[in-house]
Design a protein around this ligand. Structure first.
Ligand code: DAH
Length: 336
């Protein structure tokens, strides 16, 4: 008899766990705790056992009945609470919450577009540290200490010789030091300058550097590549203009303008009535730079270019203040 009671108890507890709703709960109650239920039938059997055993078995049986009732009540509460919850989550009268859909920052969008175009032309994407040393940021790029070209790139010092990079050009040095030609990379990233903050300059901005070195790389290839880029970025009818310029790490060097894609070159507010928009600097890699990285400048030639991402995004979207990119104002960001 005691064994039987134990068996009923085990089954009761096991089945109790599987109950999911009120209907199952009720069936279960009738089966075990009802007037003709299993537990009552055990009480009925009490009559048949020997007198001396009755008190012990009776006591165990009573304990079972109490335990069963208690566990059953617990389960009932649990199921009712769940039902309550479901009811609340289905209340269709509660007003909905407005959800903002996330989107990419206009600079990220511009960067991704630039990357996509160059990757489709066979460029790999490289990167370098934003905390850079004087050697990679200046010296190896043919900008010795005291060179006046440093004036234009005043920056933030971490300590002597360790700075926040002022351009992405140091990635050229790092890549060339790590492998032999052919090298064809772009290096997008953040750069820093100690500028007076205004609508046109900010203390940080983004650049995309480009570098292609191999045997026989020519200025004509540089022009063709940049023209293909400009047509995809700004529209197939744009033209490029190369103006002679100076950068210590390229010789010859040029600054490149794209014909104004707003007015088609006729002159408008965006191009300040000049018909051209400056978009980047470029040139043929200076043999002195090859010396710093250990490339044979008799055998290899290469071109490099560097463009400002903010500037390109500002031209493309007609944004007139660079600070807008960093203020996290939804009214601005929502427009892209
Ligand atoms: N590093 C230059 C700057 O920040 C931009 C630049 C010009 C990069 C000419 C180049 C280049 O690679 O060839 O002003």
């Amino acid at each position: 008899m005691i064994n039987q009671i134990e068996e009923v108890k085990a089954k009761f507890l096991e089945e109790l766990q599987t109950l999911k709703d009120e209907k199952e709960l009720e069936e279960f109650r009738v089966k075990y705790l009802g007037r003709r239920g299993i537990i009552q039938s055990l009480f009925d059997k009490l009559k048949e056992i020997p007198r001396e055993e009755k008190p012990t078995v009776g006591k165990i049986l009573n304990e079972l009945k109490e335990l069963a009732q208690e566990k059953f009540n617990e389960k009932k509460k649990e199921i009712e609470a769940k039902k309550e919850k479901v009811k609340i989550s289905l209340d269709l009268t509660i007003p909905g919450r407005f959800k903002y859909t996330g989107r990419k920052h206009p600079l990220t969008q511009t960067l991704e577009e630039i990357k996509k175009i160059f990757v489709s032309m066979g460029f790999e994407v490289a990167s370098g540290p934003e905390i850079e040393d004087d050697y990679h940021n200046f010296e190896a790029l043919n900008i010795p200490p005291e060179h006046p070209a440093r004036d234009m790139q005043d920056t933030f010092f971490i300590k002597e010789n360790i700075i926040l990079r002022t351009h992405t050009s140091p990635v050229q040095i790092r890549v060339m030091k790590s492998k032999q030609p052919p090298v064809r990379i772009i290096a997008p990233g953040r750069v820093y300058r100690n500028e007076a903050i205004s609508a046109r300059s900010y203390c940080l901005f983004h650049q995309v550097e480009g570098l292609y070195v191999d045997e026989g790389v020519s200025f004509a290839e540089l022009k063709g590549t940049l023209l293909a880029f400009a047509k995809q970025m700004f529209g197939s009818s744009v033209k490029l203009r190369f103006r002679p310029s100076f950068f210590p790490f390229t010789e010859p060097s040029a600054e490149v303008d794209v014909s104004c894609f707003i007015c088609g070159g006729k002159g408008c507010k965006v191009c300040k009535y000049g018909g051209w928009l400056e978009i980047l600097g470029c040139g043929m890699v200076d043999p002195n730079v090859f010396k710093f990285v250990g490339y044979d400048s008799e055998r290899y030639t290469g071109y490099a270019f560097g463009m400002g991402v903010e500037r390109i995004a500002m031209l493309k979207y007609g944004i007139d203040d660079i600070r807008l990119f960093y203020e996290n104002d939804f009214r601005f960001l929502e427009q892209f």
